[in-house]
Design a protein around this ligand. Structure first.
Ligand SMILES: [Zn+2]
Ligand SMILES: [Zn+2]
Length: 361
């Protein structure tokens, strides 16, 4: 049976979201209905809201979420009503070559796209669900395997951050960059993703963690979370400053901004044999200019989706790190607003004055 729920609808890119009643259906086989409790404003949401990345409109943005299970469809998925869950946007089939080789972020599950086309409607017209989640809404209809039960001691805000930004930073370091204990690492951009990477570098035993961000409060927080050095790119040239601070370059660099200049900087600060991991989303048509002479001596640069996270294997471990206090989450949420203030929350995220803005239901 169809029913309605309140949601923030993006009808035109670059225009404010509007609070509307949208229509959902009861969960079908393998689907779960989740009541949203907390959802973060991710840089990706801002890019789609502003039209920097294209998406079929209208839609309901939001993909970094946590909530409580309201209803479950048929299927042996082990999710029960009332369970507190992290809602993740990584949809996977579990049996394609990508899934079977631990690269489930590259799963090409066509069925997921079809399900996303029929879940939401606005004014009786079907509306494409956003990244399989659409969490700027009081209720979310999602695949059961996008849900990860959260530990009792974890807050909903922390759970939401583990659904995207923190997990992206952690997985990029643990799964892709893999700094050796005692190595040196530079992290460009200290929003939610970068601060996840800073903490992962600390947990992985990096000896020097150089955090780069133009915002003083973000650099201060990076220091509290494990950075050993900080650089203000508005004051100092990033490449020169990193090479000077590290005594010649770093073993690993992580770019968490999404600009061609910062991606090129991540590559240019590497020692021979070093690797730069680019996490930020580049707009379509973006080219990155790299200094060719540095390609010698084994330096490399690569991208990843969400740090090549394997959600069911990795996120519960990250949640455990958060519950035990090894991973710090609470200082990261710097603004909490109700759904009707979604446009102000997007403005908070655009301004970079805080770290993470969340909608609290
Ligand atoms: Zn995100
Ligand atoms: Zn697959």
């Amino acid at each position: 049976m169809p029913f309605t729920t309140r949601a923030a609808v993006l009808e035109t890119a670059g225009q404010p979201l509007r609070i509307r009643d949208i229509t959902l259906t009861d969960p079908g086989p393998g689907e779960v209905l989740v009541r949203t409790v907390s959802t973060g404003i991710c840089g990706t949401d801002v890019h789609f809201a502003d039209g920097m990345l294209p998406y079929p409109l209208p839609t309901v943005l939001g993909h970094e979420a946590a909530g409580t299970v309201e209803a479950v469809g048929d299927g042996d998925h082990g999710i029960t009503v009332g369970t507190r869950v992290i809602v993740c946007d990584q949809t996977f089939c579990g049996h394609c070559p990508s899934c079977l080789s631990g690269q489930m972020v590259y799963c090409a599950d066509r069925g997921a796209k079809q399900r996303q086309r029929r879940r939401l409607a606005l004014d009786d017209q079907p509306m494409r669900q956003y990244l399989g989640v659409s969490s700027f809404a009081e209720l979310m209809l999602v695949d059961a395997h996008n849900l990860l039960p959260m530990p009792d001691a974890l807050s909903f805000d922390a759970a939401a951050l583990l659904s995207c930004c923190l997990t992206t930073g952690l997985a990029a370091v643990f799964n892709v960059a893999r700094p050796a204990p005692g190595s040196r690492i530079a992290i460009i951009g200290c929003g939610g993703v970068g601060l996840g990477a800073v903490q992962a570098a600390r947990i992985a035993g990096a000896a020097q963690i150089i955090a780069i961000d133009p915002q003083q409060h973000r650099r201060d927080l990076a220091t509290r979370l494990g950075a050993t050095d900080t650089i203000d790119p508005d004051q100092d040239d990033t490449i020169t400053a990193v090479i000077e601070a590290s005594g010649g370059g770093v073993d690993r660099a992580v770019e968490a901004v999404g600009l061609p200049t910062t991606a090129a900087q991540a590559f240019s600060v590497l020692l021979p044999g070093g690797h730069a991991t680019v996490l930020g989303m580049m707009p379509p048509g973006t080219d990155i200019a790299l200094p060719g002479r540095l390609l010698r001596q084994g330096r490399s640069i690569g991208g990843t989706i969400m740090g090549s996270v394997r959600t069911p294997a990795d996120i519960p471990r990250y949640a455990d790190l958060a519950v035990r206090g090894t991973l710090r989450t609470d200082d990261l949420v710097t603004s909490r607003r109700p759904l009707p203030e979604v446009n102000a929350a997007l403005a908070d995220a655009r301004s970079h004055h805080g770290v993470r803005a969340v909608l609290a239901f």
